[in-house]
Design a protein around this ligand. Structure first.
Ligand SMILES: [Zn+2]
Length: 294
């Protein structure tokens, strides 16, 4: 039974979670023109570096002594355009992810989400699509680059592929949306939602996609998994992840994106960037530096 005292404690907690400007309480709000953007913390875990980095010989060139294990954060982003409630990625889902809880804390019921844009089909991005096997977002259309579905959703190849578990997770997460006619596999650049453009950022996965928000002359690049371990990959963008399907292409994409966002002074939101997950990238003596929004 819930006591009045406990209710008060929950209320106090909820108001803390939804207060703007707090970088690491799970919910962080900012504006991009007329768009309300809410960074939702999904998870934060410690991962041993030797299990994360595909080319450890690049680590010394970063010029830092990395913590080992290092922190891997997961974020998702809600964009309320006024006309549409858009969720970009869904986090881990289940007990491993708090995207759904933070979405609710931010004042959005899951059935109010009308669009889910996926950067790619890794489990920490699609896991939140289902809750107990059913669509978490029953009224949402789901968008993903067709190179992603072609690569990850292939029941025949899944039987023998070394990425079997990841393929199964991707296939199962999309299935109910596909069966309901709510899945759109798009082809490269386009504008799935007015004011939100798909920007091909292939490499980490074959159809990995960033999304560029633009409203009233303000912009934000939600760059997905262009970067995972910023303490190493900002000073040395050549550092690659074991999860990169094509590490070479991922590094080229990372370097191109870093050059672009610094040249254009374009703020970035990243699924694995440090709290609150939104900030500016600045040129630094060695590579680049992260300047989080406060
Ligand atoms: Zn990821």
């Amino acid at each position: 039974m819930r006591t009045p005292l406990l209710s008060l404690a929950i209320l106090a907690m909820a108001s803390t979670l939804s207060s703007p400007g707090h970088a690491d309480d799970g919910v962080y709000r900012t504006k991009v023109g007329d768009f309300q953007v809410v960074a939702l913390k999904d998870a934060e875990s410690q991962r041993p570096l030797d299990k994360l980095i595909a080319n450890p010989e690049e680590i010394p060139k970063a010029g830092v002594t990395p913590q080992d294990p290092t922190t891997l954060r997961v974020n998702a982003f809600l964009v309320d355009t006024g006309a549409s409630v858009v969720l970009i990625d869904t986090g881990n889902g289940g007990s491993a992810g708090s995207t759904l809880a933070n979405l609710k804390a931010a004042g959005y019921a899951p059935d109010k989400v009308d669009t889910v844009l996926l950067t790619h089909l890794h489990g920490d991005h699609v896991g939140g699509l289902l809750t107990d096997g059913k669509p978490t977002f029953p009224n949402a259309r789901v968008f993903v680059d067709r190179r992603e579905t072609a690569f990850w959703v292939d029941p025949e190849r899944e039987k023998t592929d070394s990425r079997k578990a990841a393929m199964q997770k991707a296939r199962e997460s999309l299935a109910p949306y596909q069966q309901a006619g709510r899945l759109t596999a798009f082809d490269g650049a386009g504008e799935p939602v007015p004011g939100i453009a798909a920007v091909p950022a292939y490499g980490h996965t074959p159809g990995h996609t960033a999304y560029l928000l633009e409203s009233k002359g303000s912009r934000l690049l939600v760059w997905g998994d262009v970067m995972h371990v910023q303490q190493l990959q900002l000073p040395n963008p050549e550092v690659a992840l074991v999860f990169d399907v094509d590490a070479r292409a991922a590094a080229e994409t990372r370097k191109a994106m870093l050059a672009r966002v610094t040249a254009e002074n374009l703020p970035v939101a990243g699924m694995h960037m440090a709290a609150p997950g939104i900030g500016h990238i600045r040129k630094a003596e060695r590579g680049y530096a992260w300047e989080p929004l406060k």
